[in-house]
Design a protein around this ligand. Structure first.
Ligand code: FES
Length: 177
């Protein structure tokens, strides 16, 4: 009887030891994995591949009068009028969705809440409170157009007289051609 009890107690002690050993190794493996992950993150940080807000496009002559060129990677619409070129920033002035250009209708439509904008960026329907913003635009020394979307020019769009232009009157918001 005593032998049996001693045997049982030995078995319990062995399984307790195995259990503790497993927990110990598990903790070590978890610690090493965490450390390894931290080292990998340090060596290969997350890099943002967002395009630069300042970029060059083609020369003014490359844009046909009356056209709108959609530059998806840079999120701008390049509009060529008879005497000027400007870049509308493709961010809806309501809540920031990306409007789309519909060449057949000659307007921009926002897919989120239905705002609509004329080809020149002025809002005429839906909840957008003002026209699309224009980006800084100039001619680079190599003859190509330089655009910088980090510099925005807004129009208040409250009236269609002289007043509506707002910052659009700033010569940095368009390029005379
Ligand atoms: S975000 Fe464009 S209409 Fe609301």
């Amino acid at each position: 009887m005593d032998d049996e009890i001693a045997h049982k107690s030995d078995r319990m002690s062995v399984s307790r030891r195995n259990f503790l050993r497993t927990i110990g190794w598990g903790s070590i493996v978890a610690f090493l994995s965490g450390s390894l992950l931290a080292v990998v993150r340090y060596l290969f940080p997350k890099v943002s591949y967002e395009p630069s807000p300042s970029f060059k496009v083609q020369t003014p002559e490359d844009y046909e009068i009356g056209t709108v060129v959609v530059d998806k990677p840079h999120k701008v619409f390049i509009v060529r009028e008879e005497n000027i070129i400007y870049a509308l920033i493709a961010v809806c002035t309501h809540l920031g969705c990306t409007p789309r250009w519909f060449p057949d209708e000659g307007i921009f439509k926002c897919p989120c809440h239905g705002s609509r904008f004329y080809k020149n960026g002025i809002n005429f329907y839906g909840p957008a409170p003002r026209p699309l913003d224009r980006a800084f635009i100039t001619l680079a020394p190599d003859g190509r157009i330089l655009i910088d979307t980090s510099k925005k020019f807004s129009s208040d769009g409250r009236s269609y007289g002289e007043g509506y232009l707002g910052d659009w009157k700033d010569p940095r918001s368009y390029l005379e051609v």
